[in-house]
Ligand binder design. Structure first.
Ligand code: ZN
Ligand code: ZN
Length: 326
């Protein structure tokens, strides 16, 4: 029996939903300095990119390529692999992907996954950690900056990410500052690689520092900020602007701009309709590059148990008794 709330209504416009108040567990005076400070500092460091002395075409290209590669740490690893278990990979590769994700400074796997699963359970209801029905900026970044004990608590992490907490590696990331050192170490590597190249090309200490700083500012700080805003846009823009293909009981939308920037994640109404599926591409033109990466990993033997779309799962279930009878 199909859930009536999930009937496909092609091209349907979702019912406009009422605005929501700030969750009653949030006190605006209670700022999360451990989030506000790094978010503000990295934004300020990224602003150094306006200095012509720090510009290099290599830095710009490294930034653009980095947005895509490191962004996969969030889309492919945090979201689809860990958040929804849409496929599996060998443990060593999962660890590698998590390290890539940590270079985006978007929280630890347990916190990211728990908050995201919380969002799926309470999308656009008064408990949603980041509904734009409260305010657009609240969904985009505000929810990260203020204490909300209902969301940012050990109990919530245990409830929504108990599977991850059983893994000693993820537990260690919760109990140490390893995730900070991963970010710092990768930033240092960018600077060092740039400095070595700058010294070889320019032959002076100044050229070494200049090129090193160019890669650091563009390749790390600007890229971090761009990836943040792309991820945050999935929380804000795709619950406000776009079209709906399914009545999912909340305000999720398919937004082509976010889909383009977040390489697939913007088909958010499709995703809310079928969160388990590894792919969010429901029409030929709803390009989902993140899924193409999963497809490629599957061909390479690195991704297994890739969850197919709901219609394929249903068809397989219908065939099941027949197969058993044979
Ligand atoms: Zn959503
Ligand atoms: Zn999701």
């Amino acid at each position: 029996m199909t859930n009536p709330a999930h009937h496909t209504i092609e091209g349907a416009v979702a019912e406009p939903r009422a605005r929501l108040p700030l969750p009653d567990t949030v006190t605006l005076g209670n700022i999360r300095w451990s989030y506000l400070a790094p978010i503000a500092v990295v934004h300020l460091l990224a602003l150094l990119a306006v200095m012509p002395w720090l510009f290099s075409w290599t830095g710009l290209i490294v930034m653009v390529v980095g947005v895509h590669l490191f962004g996969q740490g969030i889309n492919l690893c945090y979201h689809r692999l860990l958040g929804h278990r849409s496929f599996t990979v060998p443990l060593w590769f999962e660890r590698f992907l998590v390290i890539v994700a940590l270079c985006c400074m978007e929280d630890t796997p347990v916190k990211w996954v728990a908050t995201h699963r919380f969002h799926h359970k309470h999308s656009d209801d008064p408990h949603d950690p980041h509904s734009p029905l409260v305010a657009f900026l609240w969904a985009h970044v505000g929810w990260l900056l203020f204490e909300n004990p209902a969301v940012h608590s050990v109990d919530t992490y245990r409830k929504y990410a108990s599977d991850l907490l059983k893994d000693p590696f993820y537990l260690k990331l919760e109990k140490s500052y390893l995730w900070v050192w991963v970010y710092v170490a990768h930033a240092a590597l960018y600077f060092l690689a740039g400095a070595v190249c700058g010294a070889l090309i320019g032959g002076t200490a100044v050229s070494a520092v200049q090129f090193g700083l160019s890669l650091l500012v563009w390749g790390v700080f600007v890229r971090t900020v761009v990836v943040w805003h792309i991820t945050w846009s999935v929380n804000s823009l795709t619950h406000v602007f776009g079209y709906t293909s399914y009545q999912t009981g909340e305000n999720s939308r398919n937004n082509w701009l976010v889909a383009l920037l977040a390489v697939g994640e913007g088909w958010h109404n499709n995703h809310h309709y079928d969160p388990a599926s590894a792919s969010v591409q429901h029409r030929w033109w709803e390009i989902d590059i993140t899924y193409y990466h999963i497809w490629l990993l599957e061909r390479l033997g690195l991704a297994r148990a890739v969850v197919p779309p709901k219609r394929v799962r249903r068809a397989a279930r219908k065939l099941e008794p027949v197969a058993r009878d044979e």
